[in-house]
Design a protein around this ligand. Structure first.
Ligand code: G1P
Length: 288
């Protein structure tokens, strides 16, 4: 199965990060020296995705600016012979062909994906939510491609979560078919705890056929009054098989300040150039 395109919804208001998100889009907040958005574009590129379609909103133009060249800066770095830095600033744009569509109104995740319909066309594609950061090689998208190929079906990434947080997520009711893989029977977005069919929650990675767009056109507003991608996939399930895949890797919730802090610390411990200093820092902080 050849998947060429990824849709990255990045049109949200980022309310959990206010006040910083008054002027900096959540997706550009950093884990160390790179924006969250870059980690997910890297994950897509690693899986062979060639084209990334970012759904943004007005006022978030700095997201597009991040992927544009900065000739003066590049000339300057070339002159001073700082090739490592030069390579670093050119890296994001070299990962994939990046284009943008604007979601004019914040009508929900399903609506954001529908906004990318024309840019995706009639081919299967992936959706990646940039505040779900997963550290693993191969990345989640590469892992999901293998599952989609095996079953010739759509795939959503899932993770078992403690029951008390289940109402914050999309949840699947699914029958196990092999290790880490379940066939989806039903999906529900943000169920009350007593209505949750399982504790298998949807993580922001989806591999979908283009038929999802017709389903999203027919999807009425659901949880929080928004057009939910989960509800669109429920409609899709009437005509297509969908599998839920428990990916390998640790997921960080970059959608809130403490989740991002945790990701930053763990990435700093994992990276060779920052590990030793971070270990010292953590030791100093934890010593009374
Ligand atoms: C979205 C999806 C939800 C999923 C979650 C994962 O919710 O609607 O199904 O479980 O992402 O991060 P949101 O975080 O936008 O409320």
């Amino acid at each position: 199965m050849r998947i060429r395109k990824a849709v990255i919804p990045a049109a949200g208001l980022g309310t959990r990060f206010l006040p910083i998100t008054k002027s900096v889009p959540k997706e550009l907040l950093p884990i160390l020296d790179r924006p969250m958005l870059q980690y997910v574009v890297e994950e897509a590129a690693e899986a062979g995705i060639e084209e990334v379609i970012i759904v943004t909103a007005r006022g978030k133009e700095s997201i597009a600016a991040y992927f544009q060249p900065r000739p003066e800066l590049e000339e300057r770095l070339a002159e001073t012979g700082d090739n490592a830095l030069l390579e670093k600033i050119q890296h994001a744009a070299s990962l994939a062909q990046v284009s943008f569509v604007i979601q004019e109104q914040p009508l929900g995740l399903g609506h954001a994906v529908l906004t990318a319909r024309e840019a995706v066309g009639a081919e299967p594609f992936v959706v990646i939510l940039p505040d779900d950061i997963v550290a693993h090689t191969p990345g989640v998208i590469a892992q999901m491609l293998a599952v989609a190929e095996q079953f010739d079906a759509g795939v959503v990434a899932v993770e078992r979560m403690p029951w008390e947080v289940i109402p914050n997520y999309g949840v699947v009711d699914a029958a196990p078919v092999q290790e880490r893989t379940h066939q989806v029977r039903r999906l529900v977005e943000k169920p009350p705890l007593d209505e949750a069919p399982s504790n298998l929650t949807i993580v922001g990675r989806y591999l979908l056929p283009p038929e999802i767009f017709d389903c999203l056109e027919r999807t009425p507003p659901g949880a929080r009054g928004e057009i939910q991608l989960t509800d669109g996939i429920s409609l899709l399930l009437e005509s297509r098989d969908i599998y839920a895949y428990e990916f390998l890797g640790v997921r960080y919730d970059g959608g809130n300040p403490l989740g991002l802090l945790r990701a930053s610390l763990e990435f700093a411990l994992a990276r060779e150039d920052t590990r030793a200093a971070t270990q010292v820092l953590l030791k100093t902080l934890s010593t009374p």
